[in-house]
Design a protein around this ligand. Structure first.
Ligand SMILES: NC(=O)c1ccc[n+]([C@@H]2O[C@H](COP(=O)([O-])OP(=O)(O)OC[C@H]3O[C@@H](n4cnc5c(N)ncnc54)[C@H](OP(=O)(O)O)[C@@H]3O)[C@@H](O)[C@H]2O)c1
Length: 290
């Protein structure tokens, strides 16, 4: 679904935090009750440079109305963009919303940020093409930054994969990813992003080259394919392996996340970066670049 551009509001004179101000960054977290949301709550609580303004959870969450540990706030429902209310659970507006929720909640989060002219950092995966388009459209009015993976190691892995794909143009590429049993989208957003880098480095697109299911194939693999394999088990935080196989040798580039806090730290870093930016669509690489 493509989100319609919101009508102009008095808040069009976007609230951009004054970079010179010493005031802590005011953050609202969407998906605050989830695995990533809880990591972010801990991190923000321990960070003198940021301050929690709202902790949003799903409409059916048992946390609704409960106190957010270590704060004077209560968990609240994702605000509706159509009301135009600054329903943050506090009187002020956040400088930035950090969203780790679900693709089904993403449109509401983006619509609220867009209408309220609030910067959005999102790590929610499983978004479809129209949701990515809506993010790009919102970038005309607010700063937005989406990344499938906020780990430093994966950012470097992504560059290495592109380089290896260019240096070894005839080697066959496969991506294997593993995550905990609770993950709902597959393949992971990170695996798809790595596949995109591979495809681009070889002058193609992921739509043309990706193979997600070989159970009905009765033909040998085509050399240019990019194959995906998915593991879901236990409490695996996240593993991505890119295999490039040539004649008689193979190269494997692997990243293993041992702890979810790496993503939360990366997202908080991105939030600090984004809050001082003019409207636009930013990438995690922009944060790392400076
Ligand atoms: N980019 C990265 O670096 C990175 C890293 C890890 C995970 N992720 C992604 O981040 C997202 C969250 O991961 P997680 O492991 O924290 O998942 P999770 O534990 O399932 O938490 C998801 C949260 O979203 C809320 N939610 C789900 N559906 C909703 C809806 N329709 N409306 C409102 N809220 C809704 C849930 O609400 P309730 O409170 O009702 O349960 C919960 O608080 C996933 O897309 C995951 O793939 C990204």
């Amino acid at each position: 679904m493509t989100l319609p551009k919101p009508p102009s509001t008095p808040s069009d004179a976007a609230v951009q935090p004054d970079p010179a101000s010493a005031r802590p960054l005011a953050i609202a977290i969407a998906g605050a009750g989830g695995r990533m949301g809880r990591q972010l709550l801990e991190l923000v609580a321990a960070d003198a440079g940021s301050h929690l303004l709202a902790a949003w959870v799903g409409p059916q969450s048992s946390r609704l109305g409960q106190p957010v540990p270590g704060t004077a706030l209560a968990y609240s429902a994702l605000p509706e963009a159509s009301t135009g209310k600054h329903d943050t659970g506090d009187t002020a507006r956040p400088d930035v919303v950090v969203d780790f929720s679900h693709a089904g909640a993403f449109d509401q989060v983006l619509a609220w940020c867009w209408r309220e002219r609030v910067a959005l950092v999102s790590g929610t995966t499983g978004l479809d093409a129209s949701q990515h388009q809506a993010l790009a459209d919102a970038g005309a009015d607010i700063p937005v930054l989406w990344s499938a993976n906020f780990s430093l190691g994966v950012a470097v892995l992504s560059r290495l994969v592109a380089q290896a794909a260019r240096l070894l143009p005839d080697w066959q590429a496969e991506i294997v990813e593993a995550h905990h049993a609770g993950k709902r989208d597959a393949p992971s957003g990170t695996a798809l992003a790595l596949g995109m880098r591979l495809a681009q480095a070889r002058g193609g697109t992921l739509d043309e080259l990706a193979v997600f299911d070989r159970s009905r194939d009765d033909q040998p693999r085509r050399p240019e394919q990019i194959g995906f394999a998915v593991v879901r088990a236990g409490d695996i935080v996240g593993e991505h392996s890119v295999l490039l196989a040539g004649a008689g040798e193979r190269l494997e580039l692997v990243h293993r996340a041992g702890d979810r806090s790496i993503f939360a730290r990366g997202a908080l870093h991105a939030a600090r970066f984004l809050a001082g930016q003019v409207p636009g669509r930013y990438a995690f690489e922009d944060v790392l670049a400076g």
